[in-house]
Write a protein that binds this ligand. Structure first.
Ligand code: TXA
Ligand code: MG
Length: 328
């Protein structure tokens, strides 16, 4: 929080139209603004401005070989940046605006800077549905790159306080739009002419995607760095170590539960949080990152997590938990 030199003005605002317009003009003039989306908070910069994008990588401490998602207001803005096959367009039509990112070949006249694309021939594009994000994008009228607004490798922010915890003093403005509804990042789908692969499970489940296009494959767990450079297995890590599929609690552990407690030795847990006492996966997704941060803030060293059903958004929850638990 003290090491930032980018901090001309960092403040948290309640979001009215005025503050969104301030945010838009900061981004247009090369600054960094955190804003709410329906998935998680994003850190926005002008995608066409390499200097702004360089500042963004520095503020997050993100390796610059990890490309960014370009956020735009609608399909027609998206088609200026990328080349959409018939099926890619079908997915866009079904799920935009919303928590889906499509990776498509970049168009000939795509004006997103090379740095944001890490030199790839493809571009990741998303049309968010959150009203603050939409007003911001409309006012900026350029593509906005927005990674999750956390320090690189940490869990994504679902409330503005998470953003200020990680990035205060490193960015110019935080637009506070309350809690991000979904709480997990967008689903990323790689689209070529006839091939569709889920690179990251997220807000749109694989079964929903399959209801629009058949034969979407899931490569979220593979280490194919070429097509999913940011999917390092130890991403989304809290400070505490994470132990998955716990059926008992060991001494010294905190417990992250789900549904009715079936786990043995619950009384050993020195901290206890339940992602959703009523076994609701959507609620669990919305709580996951916040609870991991809460346990970190309480100085927990080891978190035991009970099994989470791998259906619907449970797939994305389990993906993030596996990454949080993987060796660092
Ligand atoms: O929900 C979200 O997607 C949030 C909100 C703020 O929109 N954004 C987000 O961005 O999660 P970020 O940067 O944290 O994750 C983007 C992922 C990274 O793993 C990156 O490697 C991948 O997208 N990516 C970006 N461009 C890509 C490309 N051309 N091909 C494959 N993967 C790409
Ligand atoms: Mg991220």
């Amino acid at each position: 929080m003290t090491e930032g030199k980018l901090d001309l003005l960092t403040r948290v605002t309640g979001v009215g139209a005025d503050s969104i317009l301030v945010g838009a003009s900061i981004i247009r003039s090369g600054g960094l603004v955190a804003f709410p989306t329906e998935t998680v908070y994003g850190l926005g910069a002008d995608a066409t401005n390499p200097l702004a994008v360089a500042k963004l990588y520095a503020a997050k401490g993100r390796p610059s070989f990890n490309p960014l998602i370009s956020h735009v207001i609608d399909q027609s803005a998206a088609e200026k940046l990328g080349i959409f096959s018939t099926n890619a367009r079908k997915l866009a039509l079904a799920f935009w605006p919303g928590p889906l990112t499509l990776v498509v070949p970049k168009s000939y006249n795509c004006d997103v800077c090379e740095l944001a694309l890490s030199g790839l021939e493809t571009i990741a594009i998303r049309v968010p549905s959150h009203p603050v994000a939409r007003v911001l994008l409309e006012a900026i009228n350029r593509p906005v790159v927005a990674p999750s607004a956390n320090r690189s490798g940490k869990v994504s922010p679902t409330i503005s306080e998470h953003v200020s915890h990680d990035l205060f003093g490193r960015i110019d403005l935080i637009l506070d739009g309350g809690r991000a509804d979904i709480g997990l990042e967008s689903t990323i789908v790689y689209c070529s002419e006839n091939e569709f692969k889920i690179l990251r499970p997220g807000g749109i489940s694989s079964s929903l995607l399959n209801s629009v296009i058949k034969n979407i494959t899931d490569v979220g767990q593979s280490n194919d760095k070429l097509i999913a450079p940011g999917m390092l297995s130890s991403h989304y890590a809290p400070n505490a170590f994470v132990r998955l599929n716990a059926d008992t609690v060991e001494f010294g552990e905190a417990l992250l539960s789900f549904g009715e407690d079936k786990v043995k030795n619950v009384e050993r847990a020195h901290k206890y949080l339940n992602l959703s006492p009523s076994s609701n996966l959507v609620e669990a997704a919305a709580n996951l990152f916040q609870y991991l941060r809460t346990l970190d803030a309480e100085g927990v060293r080891m978190i035991a997590v009970v099994p989470i059903p791998n259906i619907g958004i449970g797939e994305a929850i389990n993906d993030r938990l596996r990454r949080a638990a993987s060796p660092r």
